[in-house]
Write a protein that binds this ligand. Structure first.
Ligand SMILES: [Zn+2]
Length: 349
């Protein structure tokens, strides 16, 4: 991932509407919740109200929606009207979710819609919706204050259709937020994208890339199992997680030593414990895992348990590959699995 230029350089490029920086960075405007190209003709925001992002995906996960003036998601090709309609439908949906049924009631053929969106944006319609929902929720985590305060402070943008993105994804925070029964949430930026970390007094409960497929399902499952809501905040475990992730990505140490408290069935816990025995820089096959766990006929069950690991990187499910050495199935995206394995091979020698 190419690092961004310095903030000063980017802000200067922004003030000059310098076209040389097209595609190098995108700007999120905190006061409006909109993200732009550097060359946008809209009035330039004050430096303290700008956030810079290397990619569209990061800007969406920052909680921003594309500007209608400079159209940061659009190429030189004109936007197909159907694609534009789909994006507006997402903003107008009260829960940020546009289902096939909704599309049908708009008189739109769902498969056509999906195909056009993907071919124009190179990202699926589902991934886009997920990024908008999670982005809005994560913005409150970043604010680091209880969501209610944040809502009061900025009056929450009523232009955004999904006013209560946070509550829908993280659950309603308890009225009296002394919160022993709360999971604390931190957002952690890494070279491979934004991660979400959740912990309580027992230890780390979840560490996932924010654009992971199925993350919302994992969160609602955790909330149900632990009978708690998720609130922005930090504790010693989360601070240590942030420190160790920085060390990991810098190549200083690939090992994690954190209090973990994974939530799963007995079988899942066994599989996850075994994953912890695969050293950095090494890989293992599903069949190899199954043999070690004494269930040689159940590599598929191993695969499923692997896929349901909610502690990415620290429980290294990315180190399991096919018997023929090819990569497969990583909910955080195959490109990430590839990058993680390369990184570990490089620094474990
Ligand atoms: Zn703009």
């Amino acid at each position: 991932m190419t690092p961004l230029p310095t903030t000063r350089t980017m802000y200067r490029a922004l003030s000059r509407r310098d076209a040389a920086y097209e595609g190098v960075f995108f700007t999120g405007v905190k006061t409006t919740g909109i993200f732009c190209r550097p060359t946008c003709c809209a009035k330039k925001p004050k430096p303290e109200n700008v956030e810079f992002f290397p990619t569209i995906n990061e800007a969406l996960h920052g909680g921003y929606r594309p500007c209608r003036l400079c159209r940061p998601m659009d190429s030189a090709k004109p936007v197909p009207p159907l694609v534009e309609r789909l994006r507006r439908a997402v903003e107008a949906a009260s829960d940020g979710r546009v289902t096939d049924k909704d599309l049908a009631s708009m008189g739109v053929e769902p498969s056509t819609a999906r195909r056009q969106f993907k071919s124009y944006h190179g990202m699926t319609f589902h991934a886009y919706q997920r990024a908008r929902r999670m982005g809005l929720a994560l913005r409150d985590v970043k604010a680091g204050r209880p969501v209610i305060d944040v809502q009061l402070a900025r009056g929450y943008e009523s232009t955004s259709g999904f006013r209560d993105a946070f509550t829908r994804i993280f659950g309603a925070p308890p009225r009296d937020a002394k919160g022993g029964a709360c999971l604390l949430a931190q957002r952690i930026e890494t070279p491979l994208g934004t991660m979400l970390a959740l912990a309580d007094d027992k230890g780390l409960r979840l560490l996932e890339f924010a654009d992971r497929r199925g993350l919302e399902r994992e969160l609602s499952g955790l909330r149900r199992r632990l009978q708690c809501a998720i609130v922005p905040g930090s504790n010693a475990t989360l601070e240590e997680t942030r420190r160790q992730l920085a060390r990991y990505f810098a190549g200083d140490s690939l090992a994690f030593e954190l209090p973990l408290s994974p939530v799963g069935s007995e079988f899942q816990l066994r599989v996850w414990a075994e994953l912890g025995n695969i050293p950095p820089g090494k890989t293992r096959s599903y069949a190899g895992m199954a043999a070690r766990l004494g269930v040689p006929k159940a590599p598929r069950a191993i695969g499923r348990a692997n896929g349901s690991n909610m502690l990415a990187l620290v429980i290294p499910c990315h180190r399991v590959i096919r018997a023929d050495g090819t990569l497969c199935g990583y909910a955080g995206g195959l490109w990430r699995k590839q990058r993680l394995l390369e990184h570990e091979r490089k620094y474990s020698a």
